[in-house]
Design a protein around this ligand. Structure first.
Ligand code: MN
Length: 418
């Protein structure tokens, strides 16, 4: 892990500067009727799960470029996730992917994570590729396959993933399927969806009572003509059909260019079916770029909808926040720290919106002032709030600087090789 004294030493270098900026921001916010300490407290509660697959080397189908000392197995991945949480204090859980993270001794894995201050978030199944020793192929689909035997195999896999998750203390199963077709005529648009629903219902019926099922839609890829669960409409239909604990997961990158994602978020909230997020950013398709790297204003607008829901519903409203990105060029630990910071910033900015003023501008159709109110919150440099929340929780004022100063990557490169 990262030596605590490294974080302290790095923080000491930045503390005076942070205090000054924090004080200045405190005055500015007070003039807007906002108490900075209340915002810091809220910011300190923000948490997002780190994906086990996110700490490994990045790449695309065209090539992978390993980073030195990248994790060799799930235990190494837990170590890296623990390092991230030490720096940010906002990533207390890890989301696993089975079979990639499967181990013989699940209890030992849970203990290992707990000793490093980590718990387990949603479990992810994988029926989008074939595994060694698998009886039937998923080449033509999994939960929606035409052959019942293939569907049963995919259902059994999902239940196995949930069983592993139960042993780890997870409470949710995330299902993303690659099912679809590449050519018109190849698959029945209606029958494939019916079969998918039938499979989901079978999984749902056997999930523990306190578990949530997340279904994740995506418009295209790897199916290039038709995707069985392509959008939020189909996902909402499916959730209604399957049961109250079946909810929709919004992966920010799983939309066609120009889609109003925050509107989708608002609709899913209205339907009571927003399960959570896979945070990332995108420019052209499912690019898996880091959250906030392309369009931080969109991220803010999403958090604005979440903040409104949270104000209306209180603690009952608790969507799952997960990060789902691929790291092609950057050190994954740095990238995940930076992403968490970006999420914190968007979240804190959303907290600054004067929703009463906004509502009154909306109701009187004062377009200029309504937009200005939203923009005012977005343009506020809330860095000192997020940094102060991290510092008070024992994290780093500047996670990237503390990470680099710790020499963690170099140490792991020696230990792990590669
Ligand atoms: Mn995703």
């Amino acid at each position: 892990m990262i030596p605590e004294d490294v974080i302290e030493k790095e923080n000491a270098k930045l503390a005076r500067h942070l205090d000054a900026r924090f004080k200045e921001l405190g005055h500015a916010l007070a003039e807007r009727g906002i108490e900075i300490e209340a915002v810091v407290e809220q910011a300190g509660k923000f948490a997002a799960a780190v994906p086990s697959w996110g700490v490994a080397s990045g790449g695309t189908r065209f090539g992978r470029f390993p980073v030195p000392g990248q994790p060799r197995d799930i235990y190494d991945k837990i170590d890296d996730a623990a390092a991230i949480h030490q720096l940010t204090r906002a990533n207390p859980t890890v989301s696993l992917h089975i079979p990639w993270d499967q181990v013989d001794d699940t209890a030992a894995l849970r203990k290992y994570a707990r000793a490093r201050g980590l718990g387990f978030d949603a479990m992810n199944s994988n029926t989008f590729e074939d595994q060694p020793g698998q009886r039937y192929s998923y080449k033509f689909g999994s939960l929606s396959h035409t052959d019942r035997a293939v569907r049963e195999q995919a259902i059994a896999h999902n239940l196995e993933v949930a069983a592993i998750g139960q042993k780890l203390g997870s409470r949710a199963l995330s299902i993303w399927i690659a099912d679809g077709s590449c050519f018109p005529g190849q698959a029945s648009l209606s029958a494939s969806f019916e079969r998918y629903l039938g499979s989901l219902k079978k999984i749902y019926a056997r999930l523990p009572n306190d578990w949530t099922m997340f279904i994740e839609y995506k418009p295209f890829e790897p199916a290039f003509y038709y995707t069985v669960l392509a959008d939020w409409g189909a996902a909402l239909m499916a959730a209604h059909e399957v049961g109250p604990r079946c909810k929709v997961l919004v992966d920010l990158g799983h939309h066609l260019p120009g889609t109003n994602v925050e509107m989708i978020v608002a609709r899913l909230i209205a339907a009571g079916r927003l399960g959570g997020f896979h945070f990332n950013d995108n420019k052209y398709a499912d690019d898996d770029l880091s959250a906030g790297s392309i369009d931080p204003y969109r991220l803010f607008r999403v958090f604005h909808e979440l903040t409104l829901a949270s104000r209306a519903q209180g603690r009952k409203f608790r969507p799952a926040y997960l990060i789902d990105q691929s790291h092609l060029l950057k050190d994954p630990i740095e990238e995940l720290c930076m992403t968490t910071v970006e999420l914190q910033l968007a979240y804190v900015q959303a907290l600054l919106v004067d929703n009463e003023a906004l509502e009154s501008y909306q109701n009187s159709n004062d377009v200029m002032m309504a937009e200005t109110e939203l923009k005012k919150a977005f343009k506020t440099d809330v860095g000192p709030v997020a940094a102060m929340a991290r510092k008070r929780a024992g994290g780093a004022i500047n996670p990237i600087a503390a990470y680099r100063a710790s020499g963690y990557r170099e140490k792991k490169a020696k230990e792990r090789g590669g």
